[in-house]
Write a protein that binds this ligand. Sequence first.
Ligand SMILES: NC(=O)c1ccc[n+]([C@@H]2O[C@H](COP(=O)([O-])OP(=O)(O)OC[C@H]3O[C@@H](n4cnc5c(N)ncnc54)[C@H](O)[C@@H]3O)[C@@H](O)[C@H]2O)c1
Length: 410
Amino acid sequence: MDEKIAVVGLGNAGLPLAAVIADSGIEVTGVDINSERCDLINRGINPLKEEPGLDELIGKYGGRSFKATADIKNASSCNTFIVIVPLFIDRDYNPDFMILESAIKGIGSVLKPGDLVVLETTVPPGTTDNLARAWLEETSGMEASQFSLAYSPERIMTGYSISRFREFPKIVGGTDEESGKKAFAVYSRFVKSLNMVSSARVAEFIKVVEGCYRDANIALANELFKISDNLGIDFYEAREYANHQYCHIHLPSTGVGGHCIPVYPWFLIKEMERREKFDDARLLRTSRELNDEMIEFCAEKIMLNCLKIDKPLKDIAICISGLSYRRGVKEIHHSRNLALARLLVEKGLKVYAWDELLGKTGVENLGLRYLEPEKADLAFDTSGLKFGSSSKFAGKEKMSKTSEGPVCRC
Ligand SMILES: NC(=O)c1ccc[n+]([C@@H]2O[C@H](COP(=O)([O-])OP(=O)(O)OC[C@H]3O[C@@H](n4cnc5c(N)ncnc54)[C@H](O)[C@@H]3O)[C@@H](O)[C@H]2O)c1
């Protein structure tokens, strides 16, 4: 039988995935509740302009071997269903499964015996085995033994999706041996470097711990930065020579933004809380808190630097330069620079912001005033946390040597 794959969720991660699958010669049906996005894709127009390489693939396959639809029923002839919708956390940091549940139940409504369902959404370990299986059984009317179910973590990074899909090793794990093998066989058709792990639960855990690793390491860099600042030691000089084969200290930052890294540690922290194993996720919780609190440290430093400017505090024009959570990505989810700007506004300071991707309208839509950094009395440049004696913060010289990316990371 010819493989036909449905990709449910055509967002930043799902759309490049669907395009890469189409590029391997497989027929793809993309399903997304955003019908405008579906129309664009079907006309060969790429809705994610910032994603290098995607224009070409959507232009080539959109509306042809890659059709998009808002109605899951149009995907009923597919035999593999890949789910890649978001999973958010609520105010208490508990996972909110609403979107995932609706997407998986939709799949259940068209699922046939022998079909394969693969979750790619980042989830707390155990979600595929427990929740997804139950939702599919409920809406398909089948028993789990009649369909295959697996998990494969999405390991792309917005802005590098196509190249990451092609170069980065991918992982699959089934809810049973058969499902794992089946998922491996299907994914082998469009993924070059593929590893199978023993279960869906292990595959889920792999993705979550990658985020935890990044968060804890960024927290360590932030803490060391504060300590070096206290001791009067140039952090960047020390870091340059401290880093070697066995030591890789990250860059300090205003914190960690985006949909991913600030969210995933909570999956494990909350699960340990549920099991009353509070101490078992202490480092993860502390890292989260430390990273989120960096804006307070930065705000204090900015205010101290304002005192060096010969103007009343309320008249000093401060510009936060760069609001998106990561350079080159037009997204502000959990942006720590945005949180910093808002914190300074709350403190009654004269705050402006600038962002090359959002532009004036985008900045103003976030309720901030727009100003180019050069016109400000004090510009907080996100390319480097460096609180020197000058009224400008940009540590560009140092950062060009150590530069490994943006400050507000995901
Ligand atoms: N973006 C990344 O860089 C990245 C990297 C690794 C992993 N991920 C993971 O990928 C998943 C999706 O993230 P994203 O960045 O693509 O999110 P996104 O917000 O960019 O896109 C989500 C898409 O899902 C659609 N959608 C919502 N509910 C739906 C439903 N019921 N049926 C069909 N479509 C629906 C939305 O309309 C939207 O187009 C998340 O779990 C995230 O953790 C993302």
